[in-house]
Ligand binder design. Structure first.
Ligand code: MTE
Length: 344
């Protein structure tokens, strides 16, 4: 494979990385917004004080919770979901190059794992609310033990134009939705992430953001066979920084559509608000399908930096729907196939 070998530069400060103007700009926007909101709200000085998390983990794979269920692991690989044209991303890379704002509002923005020491993903419950036959709450470890787990290899694409290939373990979202029994009035499902300021330094240090993280899908999207609830990766339970105890993986959408540490599913009858769209609607839409024809207002989406390992990063063309047009194309008859500036 003709890979462009870049020295271990993927951990270098974002502003120094090639084609990473987008990162820097996004961060600047976030910092500026955060500070503006903080001053506008006249946050008490105490709120702005940084508080350090406990450094209890010695490496990015040491963060798999000791009490995570291991029933059914390693799960059998479902051969229908493979990525023939790319090698898997190295496991250490996938667990040390993360995006999880509940932890990273301070320090090295791509160095989440050292900040997850206080986070206890288990025990935790997931709540099912809104337009369902019967609201309920279930222990997530029990849910994981109850579901039939499988492994799927998916392309993974972040809006910040980096990508990976990851073997996820989990179950189709559709199977969880079937358990929830939404009523015929439900058109969308909202997902709400864990809100644990005592354990999540990003929440603690940036209380002016609209926590907890929230996302949403049309019901037809959520029921698509590709929509997956990941409870593990690389044959083991999810490391905390990858979204333990469970997170969504929607491989045809940008990564931000897949909330981590999901603790509530709320069935609703209109499009729910979403974290990034609410913060910056001119840059982040609701649909957010991977599409090389729709540039982010501040950077192109035509290509991506494929992270195979810390030292092997290649530039690749971006695929429409991240290569999943066959499975999801019919859901989006209006998806742009020529250059479009419409954020959707
Ligand atoms: N979920 C929560 N709760 N908080 C986050 O900050 N970041 C999103 C998504 N889910 C995020 C989240 C973004 S922008 C991306 S690209 C992916 O998680 C990153 O997943 P990874 O760190 O496992 O690669």
């Amino acid at each position: 494979m003709a890979g462009i070998i870049i020295p271990p530069s993927w951990r270098i400060p974002e502003r120094e990385a090639a084609d990473k103007a987008g990162y820097a700009n996004r961060r600047q926007f976030i910092r500026a917004t955060s500070l503006a909101i903080a001053s506008a709200a006249l946050a008490p000085a105490g709120c702005l004080a940084r508080s350090a998390p406990s450094l209890v983990h010695s490496g990015p794979l040491d963060t798999i919770p000791a009490n995570a269920p291991r029933t059914g692991l390693p799960a059998a690989r479902n051969a229908a979901f493979s990525v023939p044209e790319r090698p898997l991303t190295d496991r250490v890379a996938a667990s040390s190059y993360n995006n999880f704002y509940e932890f990273i509002s301070t320090g090295d923005l791509k160095n989440v794992w050292p900040l997850v020491g206080d986070y206890q993903p288990f025990p935790q419950t997931v709540k099912v609310s809104g337009l369902v036959e019967k609201k309920f709450e279930i222990d997530i470890a029990d849910l994981i033990r109850e579901m039939e787990l499988e492994e799927r290899i998916y392309r993974f694409r972040c809006v910040e134009a980096w990508s990976m290939t990851v073997p996820w373990t989990g179950f189709p979202l559709r199977k969880l939705i079937d358990k929830c029994a939404p009523t015929s009035k439900a058109t969308h499902v909202a997902f709400i992430s864990a809100d644990k300021p005592k354990e999540m330094p990003g929440i603690r240090n940036a209380p002016w953001w609209d926590w907890p993280y929230f996302e949403g899908l049309r019901l037809a999207e959520a029921m698509n066979d590709l929509a997956f609830v990941a409870t593990g990766m690389y044959g083991e339970p999810l490391p905390k920084q990858n979204g333990s105890p469970m997170r969504l993986v929607l491989p045809w959408k940008y990564g931000y559509k897949g909330p981590k540490a999901v603790v509530e599913l709320r069935f609703v009858d209109q499009q729910p608000p979403t974290f990034w769209n609410k913060l910056q609607p001119a840059e982040y839409g609701f649909v957010s399908n991977v599409n090389p024809n729709v540039p982010h207002p501040r950077w192109s989406q035509a290509t991506e930096r494929y992270i195979q390992s810390e030292v092997n990063i290649e530039r690749r063309d971006t695929f429409l729907f991240n290569g999943y047009a066959e499975q999801v194309g019919s859901l989006y008859p209006d998806e742009p196939t020529t250059l479009s500036r419409r954020i959707r």
